[in-house]
Design a protein around this ligand. Structure first.
Ligand code: F3S
Length: 81
């Protein structure tokens, strides 16, 4: 399984992730990106058909704020495995 979430401490609201992966990422009132699947907790595996979009978003983020893991994040972007 593949999990993702955004590190909102480093996101600079550049907007690239929502463009490459509109089904995965949206922006909150402050313009910070979050994982749509579970309000950025990173505990819900993504649909496999969105894997390519996720890779594009990871590659396109200038601050490496899009995290990806084979285990649930439990809301902490440091839980990257
Ligand atoms: Fe933020 Fe990176 Fe997206 S800076 S808006 S997480 S592309």
């Amino acid at each position: 399984k593949v999990y993702t979430m955004v590190d909102q401490e480093t996101c600079i609201s550049c907007g690239a992730c929502g463009a490459s992966a509109p089904d995965l990422f949206d922006y909150n009132d402050e313009g910070l990106s979050y994982f749509i699947g579970d309000n950025n907790e990173g505990n819900t595996p993504i649909d496999e058909e969105l894997l390519e979009d996720l890779e594009d978003a990871i590659d396109g983020c200038p601050t490496d704020s899009i995290k990806k893991s084979s285990e649930a994040f439990h809301g902490d972007p440091a839980n990257e495995h």
